[in-house]
Design a protein around this ligand. Structure first.
Ligand SMILES: *[C@@H]1O[C@H](CO)[C@@H](O)[C@H](O)[C@H]1NC(C)=O
Ligand SMILES: *[C@@H]1O[C@H](CO)[C@@H](O)[C@H](O)[C@H]1NC(C)=O
Ligand SMILES: *[C@@H]1O[C@H](CO)[C@@H](O)[C@H](O)[C@H]1NC(C)=O
Ligand SMILES: *[C@@H]1O[C@H](CO)[C@@H](O)[C@H](O)[C@H]1NC(C)=O
Ligand SMILES: *[C@@H]1O[C@H](CO)[C@@H](O)[C@H](O)[C@H]1NC(C)=O
Ligand SMILES: *[C@@H]1O[C@H](CO)[C@@H](O)[C@H](O)[C@H]1NC(C)=O
Ligand SMILES: *[C@@H]1O[C@H](CO)[C@@H](O)[C@H](O)[C@H]1NC(C)=O
Length: 826
């Protein structure tokens, strides 16, 4: 394949070579032919890789296609150019083979299908050719079963011996079964010799389903040994069996861009048949036929019918599972739209007929059968695995040689040409390429006029499509527009028309109180102004050097600004942080100890010559009025810094926390405010034979109580005086009131005692001897009980004989003694 897409560069070692090439083109204009066009399903070979005048382009077709037209074209000089001379041939495939045929009448075994049986033998032998009776304008016709663009029809006439010659032929192609209504593909007024083959090419492709041959205005018999109808719009049977091996016992056929395999010599069950189909990638049992496909398959089955062992042929559809299901589904998962049931079908005999066949006994309509019947014929279908050789227009070349379904090829044009259309085409699963082949258009943008003060470099050394150029300007000139240029589709250079504009700016203007810094003086350079201390900048600080050599805008102004000394404040002082009072200077205020600042401590001198805020004041630090706890009060009237206050609690309350606080220099009171806690020890329950006296009439903390007993009783245990303590309990413990009683009176020796009590227990008079009395000392006696003493016989009482139990619990007087009256006698 010739390669003209060389890249050329005006510089470097190849510059000379390029110059020589340009020179040679100039001297012998158009000496080389462009890349030739190639029709679909065809390949070209050139006699030279750089085909000059005299070279040839020779075409050959893919397997299964035949070439019509000139097999090779010469490269010839035409005016100033070299061109391929002649019409492009085409590669077509025969679509009439085994299609249904008919004729005006049939004689002597000359049935109409004999002309499409693939047998070109010219000796009729009673079965090889067609033959009509003698009649006016006899005709023969084939039904292609779908519309094809018909390019050519090839007739083979009958040979020996003496049958009427073919003459005054009209070949018509169209959609009507009434042949006279269809347009004429070709006509032939003369006679055709016996046993010859003649090609009739339609002046232009005619799209039609029926092709008819008629001897017009002749009374005679029409006999044809073979009729072939060629189109480029179908792929060849060879593409269906890429390996070239047809499965044993099957026959392959192409119709409407689909491959079919007829298995009509053997028998198989549904599953076996399906497995046989699926051995081809993407293959499966016959399914989802459109009307045309259906017609083709039925016509093929009908043609084979006499030789079939059974007239039942599996269809790739099954009944959905479920006893009552009435839905049938194709093997590709789609539901069957409208099943074509034969008479009395479906009957689902025994409830197990879940497969379906085309039934020759029922005019090839549907019949449901059991899937296990293993003697049925079947038909497979699949899509081809590859596309044919792609077509190419003049000057185009193709990258990517993979013609497998799903792969893409990319077209390109020679240098200086623009590609019109889509550069990529994909091999579709129909076996055809997507879209249409693109074309090339020669585009020349012409030279670029250099702008004033500028020049143009042709980077690609040419001015045709895709060429690059660059525009540059003299020094002190700047380019406006696009520097990089490309020759585009419309034959114009891309981008804005370039201009070279003067661009050298003068020194930027000076500004009083300021200075300027420049990045340069060319276009795009900047001048940046800065003001001295105390000066502020008014206006734009940055000027840009523009095209035409002028600075943008106006230079700014530097203005002096001073705010003067900031005001003093009582109890405070002010500090100038920058030691200046000009714009941007900062002053800071501070207060004496114990004073704080109200207002802003920092003020700034503004551009308006004023300080940013009012003069702040220094105020004596004070604390807020202190909080007073419940049950308490505060003594202290001055809340200024360092002042002290005292907290006190009401009676009954205890102070918890610090009793004194001081106002600190942060304006806060020291410590936390104390609290007053009320403490109450509670009341007493009554004391038997006694009473409690609240000395302060209260029971809260520090209150005092006193206990006392009724007459003849006295306190015992506990404390008579108790105080309410801080923990809420009374001190000590509660005393009891105990009756005052006298003990058993003491008896002297030889004395006798009688006690008269007023008790219930001792309310009688007891007489006791000393021994008894001293032994039983547990007895006691109420106050005012009386004890009378006597002495035994012979003894006289010394002391008071009557004792009374007194309020002190003691018998009055002393213990009387008994003295022997005869003491001295002893
Ligand atoms: C074939 O042609 C004959 C004669 O014109 C006609 O009667 C017959 O119906 C045709 N058959 C078909 C299938 O078209
Ligand atoms: C036949 O039908 C096709 C599709 O409808 C149409 O494109 C074509 O032009 C028809 N052919 C003729 C000869 O009218
Ligand atoms: C060109 O064709 C490819 C393959 O068919 C397709 O994917 C793509 O979208 C097309 N591009 C344009 C611009 O039409
Ligand atoms: C093909 O290329 C040749 C040489 O560049 C040019 O003269 C001619 O116009 C081109 N033809 C087409 C159809 O692009
Ligand atoms: C052009 O530019 C050069 C510096 O590159 C400068 O010295 C010269 O003055 C410029 N010429 C004019 C005319 O401004
Ligand atoms: C003054 O001093 C402050 C703090 O140091 C600084 O931020 C400010 O820019 C100075 N102002 C001038 C005018 O120098
Ligand atoms: C209670 O009364 C007593 C006697 O009058 C007195 O000494 C004491 O201070 C009083 N206590 C309180 C808390 O008033």
């Amino acid at each position: 394949m010739s390669h003209r897409g060389r890249t050329r560069s005006p510089s470097g070692p190849s510059a000379l070579a390029w110059a020589l090439w340009t020179l040679s083109i100039g001297l012998s204009v158009g000496q080389q032919c462009p890349l030739p066009a190639v029709p679909l399903n065809s390949r070209v070979s050139l006699s030279s890789s750089t085909p000059g005048v005299g070279a040839t382009a020779t075409y050959s077709c893919d397997d299964g296609y035949e070439l019509f037209g000139s097999i090779s074209l010469p490269c010839v000089q035409q005016g100033s150019r070299a061109v391929w001379q002649g019409d492009l041939p085409f590669c077509g495939t025969n679509v009439a083979y085994r299609k249904p045929a008919n004729q005006s009448s049939s004689m002597r075994g000359g049935a109409a299908p004999n002309a499409v049986d693939g047998d070109k033998e010219v000796i009729h032998d009673g079965k090889r050719c067609t033959e009509t009776g003698r009649e006016p304008s006899p005709w023969w016709r084939v039904d292609l079963l779908r519309e094809y663009p018909v390019r050519a029809v090839r007739l083979t006439s009958r040979g020996c011996c003496g049958h009427q010659l073919l003459q005054d032929l009209e070949i018509r192609v169209g959609n009507s079964s009434d042949l006279q209504r269809n347009p004429l593909c070709a006509w032939y007024p003369g006679t055709i010799d016996e046993g010859t083959t003649k090609i009739f090419t339609c002046a232009r492709p005619i799209v039609g389903r029926h092709v008819a041959v008629q001897m017009v205005g002749v009374e005679g018999s029409l006999s044809l040994c073979e009729v072939e109808v060629f189109t480029t719009d179908e792929f060849s049977n060879e593409r269906c069996v890429p390996s070239g091996v047809v499965q044993e016992g099957s026959e392959s056929a192409v119709f409407s861009r689909t491959c079919y395999e007829f298995h009509t010599t053997k028998g198989a069950s549904y599953e076996q048949a399906r497995a046989s189909c699926r051995r081809v990638p993407g293959g499966d049992l016959l399914h989802a036929p459109g009307t045309a496909h259906n017609g083709f398959v039925l016509s093929e089955l009908e043609r084979r019918k006499p030789k079939l062992k059974t007239q039942l042929v599996w269809l790739g559809a099954t009944r959905d599972p479920g006893y009552t299901s009435r839905t049938w589904r194709w093997v590709n998962g789609e539901a069957v739209g409208k099943p074509v049931w034969g008479k009395d079908q479906p009957n689902n005999y025994n409830g197990e007929q879940n497969c379906v066949v085309l039934d020759g006994g029922r005019g090839w309509q549907w019949n449901d059968v059991g899937c296990n019947l293993d003697y049925l014929h079947w038909v497979c279908q699949h899509q081809p695995a590859a596309c044919g050789s792609p077509d190419r227009n003049l000057n185009t070349s193709i990258a990517g040689g993979d013609h497998v379904v799903g792969k893409s090829i990319t077209y390109s044009c020679p240098e200086g040409h623009m590609l019109v259309g889509n550069a990529t085409r994909e091999c579709l699963n129909t076996g055809f390429w997507s879209g249409v082949a693109p074309t090339c258009k020669y585009v020349d943008c012409g030279s670029i006029k250099a702008p004033e003060h500028g020049s143009v470099q042709m980077l690609s050394g040419r001015t045709t499509h895709g060429a690059l150029a660059e525009v540059t300007c003299e020094s002190n000139y700047t380019l406006k527009g696009d520097a990089k240029k490309k020759c585009g589709d419309e034959g114009v250079w891309s981008g804005e028309e370039p201009q070279c504009l003067f661009a050298w700016c003068p020194e930027p203007p000076e500004v009083a109180g300021g200075r300027v810094e420049m990045t340069g003086r060319k276009a795009g350079s900047t001048a940046t102004y800065k003001c001295q201390a105390g000066f502020i900048l008014l206006g734009e600080a940055v000027l840009t050097c523009g095209l035409g050599g002028t600075w943008s805008g106006r230079a700014p102004e530097c203005r002096f600004v001073d705010c003067g000394a900031p005001a003093n404040t009582f109890h405070g002082r002010v500090e100038l942080l920058n030691a200046t009072t000009t714009a941007g200077s900062v002053a800071r205020y501070e207060c004496e100890a114990d004073y704080w600042l109200e207002g802003d401590s920092i003020i700034t001198c503004g551009l308006d010559g004023k300080w940013s805020a009012h003069t702040p004041s220094c105020e004596l630090i004070t604390c807020e009025e202190p909080e007073v706890p419940n049950g308490g009060f505060v003594i202290g009237y001055d809340f200024n810094v360092h002042s002290r206050i005292e907290y006190h609690c009401e009676p009954g309350h205890l102070l918890r926390g610090e009793p004194t606080r001081e106002c600190n220099s942060n304006g806060e009171w020291s410590s936390r405010a104390p609290s007053c806690q009320y403490v109450d020890c509670g009341k007493f329950s009554p004391v038997p034979y006694g009473s409690v006296k609240l000395l302060n009439d209260t029971t809260y903390v520090n209150s005092e109580v006193e206990f006392s007993c009724v007459r003849n009783y006295r306190l015992s245990g506990g404390q008579a005086h108790r105080v309410c303590q801080e923990d809420g309990s009374w001190s000590g413990s509660t005393p009891r009131c105990e009756e005052i009683r006298c003990p058993e009176p003491v008896l002297a020796e030889h004395a006798i005692l009688s006690v008269t009590g007023n008790d219930r227990a001792y309310g009688r008079t007891l007489i006791r001897t000393a021994a008894e009395s001293n032994a039983n000392s547990a007895a006691t006696y109420k106050i005012s009980a009386q004890a009378k003493y006597r002495c035994e016989r012979g003894y006289r009482l010394i002391g008071e004989g009557l004792r009374t139990c007194e309020e002190s619990g003691i018998w009055s007087g002393g213990v009387p003694q008994c003295e022997c009256k005869y003491k001295n006698q002893e």
